[in-house]
Write a protein that binds this ligand. Structure first.
Ligand code: NAD
Ligand code: SER
Length: 314
């Protein structure tokens, strides 16, 4: 039976990952932690502890007490919030990863760390973006993601830590809101379509980015951690994607269900510049070949599911 520790568990991904891991491995074996006190719905649903993942001593004590064999390290500052306070983004993203990797080295834990399409930059080929390519990101978020990928590789080759990860595209979900990213528009649009029948988008109409529905992202997280280690050539930071979306294209998909839905645009130059530096379409063939990655949801199936759940106030 696995024992698991999750950092940053109260965020967009963690709020989906925690219940899924508890279903798979048993409630008592999955300790959710976050720097914030979370609501009673979350904190009472199973073991929960407040933990600042940048505090190496506290992370070490937590691991000694819970004795996990795997850490899912989700605590981070995302791209748009990171550009508002780059020093905070560097501190949180790097100090927390260093703390988790050090304790994993000492206590022999496997570590999952998500990277992002934000790890790519202007010099990267945009369509398709290869698995192994030029990575010179233009944001502090991206810089921490590239540094994190390299640090995870180092802990594997130097110390034998079983580090694994994927480069997620923008993730779309209901439930916990996204935490300040450039791809948040693709979540907000569904809420506003239902509440107001219209949405003002902060990216331009034709800005294309890779995206994925959260149930597929959770399958990717668990899939890469359970993959046969002998097949993995790219342990950290597999490109994974499910669809490519533009605001105009997703609006058209929503209009199939809400015909009066309208979209307009007030472009935010900071988030537009970030989006313009990211790929249009990443090539995820390495993940497909090395651990049989295959998403289930396209834009059409995702839209049906999102609207159905939001209509029922999930
Ligand atoms: P989120 O912002 O929704 O959640 C992050 C969580 O980390 C929050 O609950 C926050 O309270 C917590 N946190 C912040 N500082 C902390 C600290 N010092 N110690 C402990 N917890 C702390 O983010 P998310 O969308 O769930 O993303 C999780 C990871 O996945 C991040 O590494 C992110 O870069 C990556 N990722 C996310 C997406 C996406 O679209 N959501 C895409 C690519 C990669
Ligand atoms: N959704 C994330 C962001 O926009 C991608 O890493 O920051």
């Amino acid at each position: 039976m696995k024992r698991i520790l999750i950092t940053g568990a109260g965020g967009q991904i963690g709020s989906w990952l925690v219940p899924r891991l508890r279903e798979l491995y048993g409630e008592a074996n999955v300790l959710a932690t976050d720097v914030r006190h979370l609501g009673s719905d979350f904190a009472d649903a199973g073991p929960f502890q407040v933990l600042d993942a940048t505090d190496a001593k506290a992370v070490g004590e937590c691991v000694m007490r819970h004795r996990p064999d795997t850490v899912y390290h989700l605590a981070a500052i995302l791209s748009a919030t990171g550009e508002k306070d780059p020093q905070l983004a560097w501190h949180v993203n790097m100090a927390s990863l260093e703390a988790v990797l050090e304790v994993a080295r000492e206590q022999h834990c496997a570590v999952f760390t998500p990277s992002s399409i934000g790890a790519f930059g202007h010099d990267t080929p945009k369509d398709p973006t290869p698995q192994d390519t030029i990575m010179r990101p233009a944001t502090m978020y991206g810089i921490t993601k590239v540094a994190g990928e390299l640090l995870c590789d180092y802990y594997h080759t130097r110390y034998g830590v079983d580090t694994r990860g994927v480069r997620f595209p923008g993730l779309i979900s209901y439930g916990a809101p996204p935490g300040g990213g450039t791809t948040d528009w693709a979540v907000d649009i569904y809420y506003k379509a239902l509440s107001d029948g219209r949405y003002t988008c902060f990216l331009g109409p034709d800005s294309q980015l890779d995206m994925m529905y959260m149930p597929d992202a959770i399958d990717a997280l668990i899939g890469v951690m359970e993959a046969d280690a002998d097949r993995l050539q790219h342990r950290n930071a597999f490109n994974v994607t499910a669809m490519q979306l533009t605001p105009t294209g997703l609006a058209a998909e929503i209009r199939k269900h809400i015909p009066h839905f309208e979209i307009d645009f007030e472009v935010d130059p900071v988030r537009q510049a970030i989006a313009d530096s990211w790929p249009d379409r990443i090539d995820d063939s390495a993940a497909r070949e090395e651990w049989d990655w295959s998403p289930s949801f396209d834009a059409s199936a995702m839209t049906v599911d999102m609207l159905e759940h939001l209509n029922h106030n999930d």
